[in-house]
Design a protein around this ligand. Sequence first.
Ligand code: AMP
Length: 236
Amino acid sequence: MGRNIVILLGHPGAGKGTQARAIMYRLDIPQISTGDMLREAIARKTSNGKEAKAKMDAGELVSDALVNGIVAERISHDDCKKGFILDGYPRTVPQAETFSKELSNGDNLFVIEIGAQSDGLTNRLTGRWICPGCGEIYNTYSRAPKKEGVCDVCGWTLFHRSDDREDLVRERFRTYNEETFPLVDYYQKQGVYYRVDGMRPIEEVTREILTLIDKKKVLIPAGRGGNEEFAKRRRH
Ligand code: AMP
């Protein structure tokens, strides 16, 4: 059995983290969030954390080499044997090219863009509160916790990301449009790209993603990390 590998694309605030968590529970494969791993490295003051901090504080991308390294290490763990969900990686074409070398014969690759208009997303980010214990995501405007600042699920104190500030949100959108959006074309050419409308209720979006994963399984031919040959086979 090949791995189910799900790459989630989408503007900051489109719902990648929320959907990644829902898919993780349903398919029993881990969510790999490069943003979470980098924030943890910063909190632990590791060398990766020190390298990433200034870029993250400015709403810019950290180096391809750094994220490629942490993802390659993470997906070598046993819990990724059945597959994994990449939330926030790849974010540049060079990252996608490096990642394609990690794909093997029989893997099922799904690249799903959670589509959203950037003008509707600012409140999703500036109002976002996250549980450091279980990862549950709340929003002051649309999904407030029962008790302010406290996670409904596990009772931990919620935190607000330092880059969920209006000026940095603008910068993160710009970074997405310039550096990450070209991945749509990159994966479209390989025939593994799908788009769902992320401005609908969370459960509806999850249902659509799960149906898509169920119906569109396509095996990656041996030795080909999703190239043009692979795309041709998919179309026939
Ligand atoms: P996220 O939690 O996915 O919104 O990521 C937060 C920040 O982490 C981004 O604004 C980037 O500075 C950095 N980051 C996360 N993933 C990547 C990646 N794949 N490539 C470069 N930088 C990343």
